[in-house]
Write a protein that binds this ligand. Structure first.
Ligand code: KIV
Ligand code: ZN
Length: 511
């Protein structure tokens, strides 16, 4: 008999702390539904006190998700905890995850609190949280650099106050596997009533050790791992869910635990998160990278053809490769379209939005005969089908580019309801299009990143463009997709400008 390993996904909270990765309520709901389909045990839906938008997102997820526990992060203060408590109220199973820093450097320089005050605040926090739910998790932020005696003391206090899960984060990614495992082992030995709680780990990847540290801690007794899809997260990211889950499954001979994850949902989840956040997946990324199951060398190919297990330790189909079914084509009707959106967990808010989406789908199906799930996700993320009027909207584009000549772009866009045409030249058609848009928007932003990826395979695939812009310390990612990558680029640029225009700076819980 193996112990269950609780998979706690924090893509929607720590993942969202990646620069520019902030998501709308609807985008978060789509990801949450995919996580539920994947049978994630706990979904950290956000940090409810960060903004009204975050509160609403956590609340909508709490209303929609039935199978997974829905959790909100809260600093150890009354306001944060009450906001979280209200946000998770509709959940079938709701958790409050409260935290306070415990390392000498964080207590002294960041919190300016004495260790006694930190313990007192943590205990109060558990009391407030328990007014809303019995499922309370406590994290000692920067536990990886905290003194073990102090961790024992604070964990003893919060367990007595009613915390049910104790999380030991390596917040700054400083630990190494043997040492981190030893910390877990010592805590489980020394903290009174350690057997009455679930021990959890939360590792950052600053030294590329997040997955190794998490797995070492599992060997030492941790029974919850906090992780994110594609390893998204603050700075170098968090431990990646797909690597943890597949390591435990593939090396069942080594790990004394098993997860409930439906692994065939991993690749669809990875694609969805990448598409929504604009963070591409590197081709050689384990499990979900495009090359993860590709054999280049002749010797390997020959071996795999003769006997698959010569070079393959996992089967691509077990993690969802090849599951991107051809779903619809140009003859598909409105009902089939609506039904597939429902299956994908994409909510259509009104008949008007369905009509707009169906018209875009028909347009796309004319250009590209096979429409895959990824195309539908991109289409439903397009601002053209959102009923609310965005400040900037692309009306049309025209380009001229010829060998030996300077590329020219003409862009017609609607800015605040007023249509304006602008043209510019540039070093390439994308550069020219962005300059034309800037001649109207004069946004004063800095372009931090421009990237293009094909959504599916084939030369008729839609190109998906991510543009990262920064202004006054605020960073946003814009996405756009189209079979014409210049159009996709213009859409992505305008999408980023719309996010900046909408304002809404939100609190980062750890800053
Ligand atoms: O990295 C960290 O310490 C966190 C906590 C809030 C759990 O994200
Ligand atoms: Zn974190």
């Amino acid at each position: 008999m193996k112990d269950p390993l609780i998979i706690f996904d924090t893509t929607l909270r720590d993942g969202e702390q990646s620069p520019g990765a902030s998501m709308t309520r609807d985008e978060k709901l789509r990801i949450a539904r995919q996580l539920e389909r994947m049978r994630v045990d706990v979904i950290e839906a956000g940090f409810a006190a960060a903004s009204n938008g975050d509160f609403e997102a956590v609340r909508s997820i709490a209303e929609a998700i039935k199978e997974s526990t829905v959790c909100s992060l809260a600093r150890a203060n009354e306001n944060d905890i009450r906001r979280s408590g209200e946000a998770i109220r509709p959940a079938a199973r709701g958790r409050i995850h409260t935290f306070i820093a415990t390392s000498p450097i964080h207590m002294e320089k960041k919190l300016r609190m004495s260790p006694d005050e930190v313990v007192e605040q943590a205990v109060k926090a558990i009391g407030w949280a328990r007014e809303y739910t019995d499922d309370v998790e406590f994290s000692a932020e920067d536990a990886g650099r905290s003194e073990i005696d102090f961790l024992v003391r604070i964990f003893d206090a919060v367990i007595r106050a009613g915390a049910k899960t104790i999380n030991v984060p390596d917040t700054v990614g400083y630990n190494v596997p043997e040492q981190y495992a030893a910390t877990l082992r010592t805590l489980i030995e020394r903290v009174p009533n350690a057997d009455k709680v679930v021990w959890s780990v939360h590792c950052h990847n600053d030294l590329g050790l997040a997955v190794s540290n998490s797995l070492a801690a599992v060997m030492a007794g941790a029974r919850q791992v906090e992780c994110t899809i594609n390893g998204l997260g603050e700075r170098a990211g968090n431990a990646s869910l797909e690597e943890i889950v597949m390591a435990v499954r593939t090396r069942a001979d080594v790990f004394p635990v098993e997860t409930r994850i439906d692994t065939t949902q991993i690749v669809p989840a990875s694609r969805l998160v990448s598409q929504i956040t604009g963070y591409p997946v590197q081709p050689n990324k384990a499990i979900v990278g495009a090359n993860a199951f590709a054999h280049e060398s002749g010797i390997h190919q020959d071996g795999v053809l003769k006997h698959r297990e010569t070079y393959e330790i996992m089967r691509a189909e077990d993690v969802g490769w090849g599951a991107n079914k051809l779903v619809l084509g140009k003859h598909s009707g409105r009902n089939a379209f609506r039904a597939r959106l429902q299956e994908l967990g994409i909510e259509v808010e009104s008949e008007e939005q369905l009509n707009l989406a169906f018209a875009s789908f028909k347009e796309l199906a004319d250009k590209k005969h096979e429409i895959f799930d990824e195309d539908l996700h991109a289409l439903m993320s397009d601002e053209a089908i959102t009923p609310e009027v965005e400040h900037y909207r692309l009306v049309s584009t025209r380009f001229h580019s010829e060998t030996g000549e300077t590329p020219q772009a003409e862009v017609t866009l609607s800015a605040g309801g007023k249509e304006t045409r602008a043209s510019a030249s540039g070093s390439g058609p994308v550069d020219a299009a962005f300059k034309a848009i800037e001649s109207v928007a004069a946004s004063g932003t800095e372009l931090l990143l421009y990237s293009v990826n094909a959504i599916t395979t084939g030369t008729d695939a839609q190109g998906e463009v991510t543009v990262r812009l920064s202004r006054d310390g605020r960073i946003v990612n814009g996405q756009g997709a189209d079979t014409d990558i210049i159009v996709a680029s213009a859409k992505a640029y305008l999408n980023a400008l719309n996010k900046l225009h909408a304002g809404g700076q939100k609190l980062n819980p750890q800053v």
